[in-house]
Design a protein around this ligand. Structure first.
Ligand SMILES: [Zn+2]
Length: 89
């Protein structure tokens, strides 16, 4: 059981709906932006975003590698590309 919001560390608000987010919530992290679980993209959408930027200089090439690993692990675990890409923040 999670501690009440007042006792958890506050994170930046969701970029989609401005909902306050806290450490331990489910959501999606993209560089320094966070989305709540409802606004999180699907694996498919996140992959497409990454692939669009593939030819541009990357500030953070490790982040793409990390994402690919997470994507493959999700599929290997029986997940679908249309599932939302959420992790514990
Ligand atoms: Zn949201």
């Amino acid at each position: 059981m999670l501690a009440p919001n007042s006792e958890r560390e506050r994170l930046p608000d969701c970029v989609g709906c401005r909902k306050p987010l806290f450490v331990g919530d489910m959501g999606f992290a993209y560089e320094d932006e966070l989305c709540c679980a409802e606004c999180a993209p699907t694996y498919e959408q996140a992959k497409a975003e990454w692939e669009e930027q593939k030819d541009e200089p990357q500030d953070n090439p490790e982040a793409y590698a990390e994402f690919c690993k997470a994507y493959d692990a999700h599929i290997a675990a029986g997940g679908k590309p249309s599932d939302q890409c959420v992790t514990v923040l």
